[in-house]
Design a protein around this ligand. Structure first.
Ligand code: FES
Ligand code: FES
Length: 921
């Protein structure tokens, strides 16, 4: 064949190109693989996510849905074509200024959709912007800052937010732009699927099509030999170390490759390795595997039923973990109550739906293994991979790529042990990228919960008692199930003072995908019940719901249900008070609207939250290092993984102020286990609090070392660069010659470490103790419209007040709150993962532009003395009160209590009809 004749000629970013990919190749694939334009991302390969959006003759299209042939003779513009002469375009600069990119995986698609809009309509309205970008999904930002950025570049500069980074001592608290932001806007950031060595083989996982049963493999050697492009078919027998991993030392129960038994649909069974074409040509049905299906253990009801099959052989039952918090005398607490409210609630599996599927590559270097992967937990990846391969931890190096969203789902191993095993045994680089359905079928989920709870209060609205039991479907393997079982009983009362408490939880093993960590570890589920009961009690005693919460809000000096006295930061009451004016106004407006009657009702609800920062009653350390090279380059060795939430920016901000230099002086080395110390996992809202404090300590240590060397006082001003440090202390001036000092292994001549492990105490048998060193607090107000004939709910507005201790970077904090609200809205109204049925971003709905209302954020700063400059965490907090506030707003509008999340229209309609029949609505 004449290849030149077969090439597809087109223009890409202004340059004439000839694509040699077959004409039916997806344009996204050709741009990425053939032209190396990996700024165009692939989140689904099915036209659902918009991450691959490019311009074709100036109009936005999904490049995964357009064959190369269709681009012949036409002009393609990708994100790489936006910047000119190395400078960001106005649009890119606006995204940076507004914090419109968090993880950045959706950002190229967003930019291209926005470019299309602005070229056609330079002054769009907010609605036009939302409509034009509506085909691109973002899981991080809640879309608000993206719309702000588009309107900003269109000329409405009323909402511009970035501050210039100021000089020494001014970084903490400044709205500086994300320091790693530019690469997210140009397409230069390298995510898990964006690069592998040219000689890398491709790995594809064969997964179980059944939720429970046995399997037998046939002649795998013959299968491989018959297919020239296939290098290996790996099975459990090929694993040289332990074929069992898990986040808990005593809970390593999940095989890398199943060994004859499968426990959930989507479980990894075989790993096929070969050249990309040969691997892509395989179908699961071609594989010599015989399946023997057995009846699955379905849900908590199935797992707890009399005579239930045992999910994991060797256990007595299907109980994975139990938790409890008992305080006071629960009988007395209810005897003291004048009013009691109770109920039952259910929530569903929720999928993380990060737009970047799991991806990475590995290569062997002699007796060491190097893994480049999208992850939230590099050190845990390192240690578990070493255990699986039966080699030393120091033989494994994890080099994190940019991470396109995690939310807890990239804490557990995914591709890591598979590419490690293949690269280690074959001696060649191996890459793997999960498809969207594969990602959704195999990754961890939010635990579905079945909750029973009741609460009592006195006639004057003081809470006296709270009793709670939550059953959680933990799926087939432990993952983070024990964490949910521990954390929920501590938090289940909500952030309120209650003298008598009896909270219990149970995590059950079932034949479902493992439930794991997902922003909140079970607390968002328990908060739905908790905040509904508070509303019901407020109604019974005739107290305004916001006033009822303020009356019972936990404050400094109060005791939690686990017996911990809050010594310091406890800004919950401030959060509720910050909502008061909006509450009064919105409730009055709702009353006015509802007086008019008709099917559309307005409701206004409120909910509070609290959340312990860090692991529950466990050592939780982080170590950070700051060094200065002989040239005067200051480097932060930062092991706190940034999945979009911001450690690559806020840790340098903290380091800069601690050392006493402008933040621009700080270079950031992120997450490489050969170069950074263990900062622990990016989870449990711990990095700002724990690693931030470790960073502050490192900066202060390094500063103290420099001041000692120069023999100057603590107020001395530092100027670092050109091989020296100049110190000015009043009239005195000293100079340290850095080039005269001996470098360490990183080339730094001066360095200091900081380690921080927040003080906690174990919980006793009744759950009494100090599980967390500090807590974040918050309160949300939700305004909704509900159509009582259709069962549809439209969230009109959210006001979110959060006590963050100290706002290190308000723009990034607002972005976290917006993203949390969006995920909370999804939990409340639309997100439900059903194995085998909603394994794509078409059937599994996440909020889009049109679903997210205006969000007003209010930052409360009640400083935490242990935190860096007073700061606490925010990552999980912002999600927790959204769903309960929405459900309380529905109750306000209709008098009907929603008890099953997500409250899809059919469930809402059912609840309304049931209430009508019972005469309650
Ligand atoms: S990758 Fe093309 S729409 Fe998702
Ligand atoms: S910033 Fe949009 S998906 Fe992460």
């Amino acid at each position: 064949m004449n290849i030149a004749a077969a090439a597809t000629k087109l223009t890409v970013n202004g340059e004439a190109m000839a694509l040699r990919s077959p004409p039916a190749t997806r344009l996204a694939e050709a741009l990425r693989s053939e032209l190396g334009l990996t700024g165009t991302k692939v989140g689904c390969d099915a036209g659902d996510c918009g991450a691959c959006t490019v311009l074709l003759d100036g109009e936005q299209i999904c490049a995964c849905m357009v064959p190369v042939a269709q681009a012949a003779g036409r002009e393609v513009t990708t994100v790489e074509g936006l910047a000119r002469d190395g400078a960001l375009s106005d649009l890119q600069a606006a995204f940076l200024r507004h914090g419109a990119a968090q993880c950045g995986i959706c950002t190229p698609g967003m930019l291209m959709a926005a470019r299309d809009l602005l070229d056609r309509n330079p002054t769009p309205t907010e609605q036009q912007a939302a409509d034009a970008l509506g085909g691109v999904l973002c899981r991080c930002t809640g879309y608000r800052k993206i719309v702000e950025a588009v309107l900003d570049v269109a000329g409405d500069r009323t909402c511009a937010t970035m501050e210039a980074a100021a000089g020494a001592g001014a970084a903490v608290g400044a709205r500086i732009a994300r320091l790693d932001g530019a690469a997210k806007l140009t397409g230069d950031d390298v995510f898990g699927a964006d690069f592998a060595p040219p000689d890398a083989l491709t790995l594809r996982v064969v997964r179980s099509p059944i939720p429970r049963g046995r399997f037998e493999t046939g002649d795998l050697d013959g299968f491989r030999a018959a297919r020239p492009g296939i290098a290996a078919v790996l099975t459990a027998a090929d694993i040289p170390g332990s074929n069992a991993f898990g986040v808990y030392p005593v809970g390593k129960d999940q095989p890398v490759l199943a060994d004859g038994i499968v426990r959930y649909r989507g479980e990894a069974v075989l790993a096929v390795v070969g050249n990309a074409g040969a691997v892509a040509a395989l179908r699961d049905e071609d594989m010599p595997v015989s399946w023997y299906e057995e009846a699955p253990v379905a849900g908590v009801a199935g797992a707890s039923a009399e005579g239930a099959a045992i999910v994991q052989a060797g256990r007595d039952d299907n109980v994975l973990a139990r938790g409890r918090v008992f305080k006071g005398d629960i009988e007395r607490g209810f005897a003291d109550a004048d009013f009691v409210a109770e109920g039952e609630w259910r929530t569903s599996f929720v999928e993380h739906a990060y737009i970047e599927p799991e991806a990475g590559w590995a290569r062997r270097n002699g007796d060491r293994l190097e893994i480049h992967v999208s992850t939230q937990s590099p050190y845990m990846d390192r240690d578990e991979t070493a255990m699986i391969l039966g080699i030393g931890q120091e033989q494994v190096r994890i080099v994190p790529t940019a991470c396109g969203g995690g939310f807890g789902g990239k804490l557990d191993l995914s591709v890591q042990p598979l590419i490690a095993l293949a690269a280690w045994s074959l001696g060649v680089p191996v890459r793997c990228t999960y498809s969207r359905p594969e990602s959704m079928a195999s990754s961890t989920k939010r635990h579905p919960a079945s909750i029973r709870a009741r609460a009592g209060c006195t006639a004057d609205g003081r809470l006296t008692a709270y009793e709670f039991h939550g059953d959680f479907d933990s799926g087939a393997y432990a993952s983070w199930g024990p964490t949910v079982a521990d954390r929920v009983p501590v938090h289940a009362t909500g952030p309120y003072v209650i003298p008598h408490v009896k909270n219990t939880s149970c995590a059950w093993l079932t034949n479902a995908p493992p439930s794991g960590a997902f922003r909140g570890f079970g607390v968002p589920q328990s908060a739905i019940a908790n905040e509904a009961l508070l509303d019901d009690l407020a109604g019974q005693c005739g107290v305004d719901p916001l006033a009822f919460r303020l009356r019972n809000a936990i404050r400094r000096g109060d005791e939690t249900s686990s017996g911990q006295v809050l010594e310091h930061s406890a800004g919950l009451a401030d959060c509720f008070e910050a909502l008061q004016a909006d509450w009064n106004r919105e409730r009055a407006e709702a009353a006015r609207i509802d007086r008019a009657g008709g099917p559309r009702r307005r409701g206004v609800g409120v909910a509070g939250m609290w959340y312990g920062c860090g692991n529950t009653s466990m050592s939780n350390p982080s170590t950070m290092k700051l060094g200065i090279s002989a040239d005067g380059q200051v480097t932060l060795y930062n092991g706190a993984m940034d999945m979009g939430q911001g450690p690559n920016t806020i840790m340098p901000q903290i380091a800069a102020d601690a050392l006493g230099v402008p933040v621009e002086c700080i270079a950031n080395v992120a997450g490489d286990t050969d170069r950074t110390a263990d900062a622990g996992k990016s989870s449990a809202s711990r990095q700002t609090f724990v690693s931030g404090r470790a960073t502050q300590i490192a900066g202060e240590e390094l500063r103290a070392k420099i001041l000692r060397l120069a023999n100057v006082g603590p107020a001395a001003l530092l100027e670092i660069g050109n091989g020296r440090i100049v110190l000015r202390d009043g009239d005195a001036e000293r100079t340290l010659d850095l080039r005269a000092m001996a470098p360490d292994g990183e080339g730094d001549v001066l360095a200091a470490d900081g380690t921080f492990d927040p003080p906690t105490e174990p919980l006793d048998a009744n759950g009494q103790g100090v599980p967390y060193a500090t807590y974040g607090f918050g309160a949300h107000l939700a305004v909704i419209d509900i159509d009582i004939e259709l069962g549809t709910i439209k969230v009109r507005r959210i006001v979110a007040a959060h006590d963050v201790g100290r706002a290190i970077n308000p723009t990034l904090l607002e972005g976290q709150i917006h993203g949390g609200v969006a995920q909370g809205l999804g939990l409340a109204l639309m997100e439900e993962y059903i194995p085998g049925r909603t394994e794509n971003l078409h059937d599994y709905l996440i909020p889009t532009f049109g679903d997210i209302p205006p969000i007003d954020t209010i930052l409360i700063e009640d400083p935490e003395p242990l935190g860096p400059y007073g700061a606490k965490g925010i990552g999980e907090q912002a999600l927790i009160p959204t769903a309960p506030a929405i459900f309380n707003a529905v109750h306000h509008a209709t008098g009907v209590r929603l008890r099953h999340a997500p409250a899809t229209p059919h469930r809402v309609r059912e609840a309304l009809l049931a209430a009508q029949e019972a005469g309650h609505a």
